[in-house]
Write a new protein. Structure first.
Length: 403
C-alpha cells in the first residue's frame, strides 16, 4: 500500500496544481520579452479631412484609428470590392469558372456609361471572365460590373441580393447595396468600418483574386488604363491594393492595404475632396500604424504550449497548443510586456481527439487582456483499458482527501 501512495504522489502534486488553478488566470504563464518594460507612449493619430475613416490591423481586426467609422456614406466604386468578392466566392464554390467566356448583353454595354469609368466592352462579344475581373478591379469598369453580375446571377437585381446576403454574413451591419458598380443611389450606403471588414475578407478568403488589386494597368479593346490607386506607385510603401471610388455625391474615397514585416494594415478613407487628398490621408494612416504599432505572433500553428495530465486514457500525458497562428496587435512598447496564461476548461479526461478545444490561451499586457486563442489537443488520447481506468479512479478518490 505504501508503494502505491508513493507512486501516485507525483500525480497528486501535479493535479493539485491543476485543480487549484482551473478557472484562475495562471495555470501557465510566459513572458515574451527579456527586456525591461518601457512606459507606453503613443502619439495622437493624425486628424484627417475625410468624412469618415478607419485603420484596421488585418490579422487581428483591431481598430487602430477611426473617425465616424460607422457613419453611413456613399461608397461609389468601393462597391466593386463587394462585386469582386461575391463573384470570387461563386468561382471558389464552383458555380462559375475562371475560364468562362461571358457574352456581353446590351445592359452591360459600355455605351450605357458615357460619363463614368468603363472597360469598353461591346454588345454580343465574348469576354474571358478574368478579363472582366481585371476590367472591374483595375479599370473600375461599370460595364464590367454589370457583365459579371449577370453572369453570376442572371440579372443585376439577383446579384444585388447576393451582395447584401454576403454583407450580412461578413458582419457589415450598416451597409446596403443597390447595384454592382456604385453609381449614386439612395439605397446604396456603407461605412468605413464595413469596408474594412470587406477588405479583410477579400484578402483572407480569395487569395486567387486579391493579387489582381496590385496590377497597375490593363489593356482591353486596344485601350490601356492605369490602376487609379496612386499608392501602388509609391516606392516608400508596400501597398498591394485595394480600390478607389468617386462620384459627385460621394466625393473621393480609397481603400488601401499595405504590409511591413508580419504586419498588414487596411486603411479606408471616405469622402475626401480630391484624388490627391485621399492618397495623402491614406498614407498618413498607414505610416502611423506601422510606426507606432506592431503585430506579433506569440505562437505559431502546431506549437506545443504545455503538457498536461489526462485521466482514463491510454497514456497519462497530452500535448496542448494551438492549431492556428495567434496574432496580437500592440503598441511597439507594449510588445515587450506581453505575457500569456492558460486556462483549462476542466480536468482532462479521455477520450480526447486531436484538435479538440480544452481551454484558452490568454494574452495580457499589465494584467489587461489583449487577445486570446483556443488551446487545443495536439494529439489524440484514446480511452485506456478497464484496469488503467480503475486505477485512475482510485487515484482521483484518494486525491480528493487532499483538496
Amino acid at each position: 500500500m505504501l508503494s502505491f501512495f508513493k507512486g501516485i504522489l507525483p500525480l497528486m502534486e501535479k493535479t493539485t496544481r491543476f485543480l487549484s488553478l482551473v478557472g484562475a488566470t495562471a495555470l501557465y504563464s510566459l513572458s515574451f520579452s527579456a527586456f525591461a518594460a518601457m512606459p507606453t507612449v503613443v502619439p495622437d493619430a493624425p486628424t484627417l479631412s475625410a468624412k469618415g475613416y478607419v485603420l484596421m490591423d488585418y490579422n487581428t481586426g483591431k481598430i487602430l484609428v477611426e473617425k465616424d467609422a460607422n457613419e453611413k456614406l456613399n461608397p461609389a466604386s468601393l462597391t466593386k470590392l463587394m462585386t469582386s468578392y461575391v463573384a470570387g466566392q461563386e468561382m471558389k464554390q464552383g458555380n462559375i469558372n475562371a475560364k468562362d467566356l461571358v457574352v456581353i448583353s446590351r445592359n452591360a454595354w459600355a455605351k450605357n456609361f458615357p460619363d463614368s469609368s468603363k472597360m469598353f466592352i461591346e454588345v454580343g462579344s465574348e469576354v474571358p471572365l478574368m478579363d472582366l475581373f481585371r476590367g472591374l478591379i483595375i479599370q473600375s469598369g461599370n460595364d464590367a460590373s454589370v457583365a459579371i453580375a449577370e453572369h453570376v446571377a442572371g440579372s443585376e437585381q439577383s446579384f444585388v441580393s447576393l451582395m447584401n446576403s454576403w454583407a450580412k454574413k461578413l458582419g457589415m451591419n450598416n451597409s446596403n447595396f443597390a447595384n454592382p458598380h456604385g453609381l449614386d443611389n439612395d439605397d446604396l450606403y456603407t461605412t468605413p468600418y464595413d469596408i474594412a471588414l470587406l477588405g479583410q475578407a477579400l484578402i483572407r478568403d480569395l487569395p486567387s483574386i486579391y493579387p489582381l488589386y496590385s496590377e497597375k494597368s490593363f489593356t482591353y479593346n486596344n485601350i490601356t488604363q492605369r490602376n487609379r490607386n496612386g499608392l501602388l506607385y509609391d516606392p516608400s510603401m508596400n501597398v498591394d491594393g485595394m480600390k478607389t471610388g468617386y462620384t459627385s455625391g460621394a466625393g473621393y474615397s480609397l481603400t488601401s492595404s499595405a504590409t511591413e514585416g508580419d504586419m498588414r494594415l487596411i486603411a479606408v478613407v471616405m469622402g475626401t475632396k480630391s484624388t490627391k487628398t485621399r492618397e495623402i490621408e491614406s498614407k498618413q494612416l498607414l505610416n502611423y500604424g506601422f510606426r507606432f504599432f506592431e503585430t506579433v505572433t506569440p505562437h505559431k500553428a502546431g506549437d506545443e504550449i504545455i503538457t498536461e495530465q489526462v485521466w482514463f486514457g491510454d497514456k497519462d500525458q497530452i500535448k496542448l497548443g494551438v492549431d492556428k497562428t495567434s496574432y496580437v496587435t500592440l503598441s511597439r512598447n507594449d510588445t515587450k510586456k506581453l505575457t500569456a496564461s492558460v486556462e483549462l476548461n476542466s480536468e482532462l479526461e479521455a477520450p480526447i481527439t486531436k484538435g479538440q478545444q480544452v481551454g484558452e490561451i490568454i494574452y495580457s499586457v499589465d494584467d489587461k487582456q489583449v487577445g486570446k486563442q483556443p488551446l487545443v489537443a495536439l494529439e489524440p488520447v484514446e480511452q485506456g483499458s478497464f484496469f488503467s481506468r480503475l486505477i485512475d479512479q482510485v487515484k482521483k478518490f484518494v486525491m480528493s482527501f487532499f483538496k
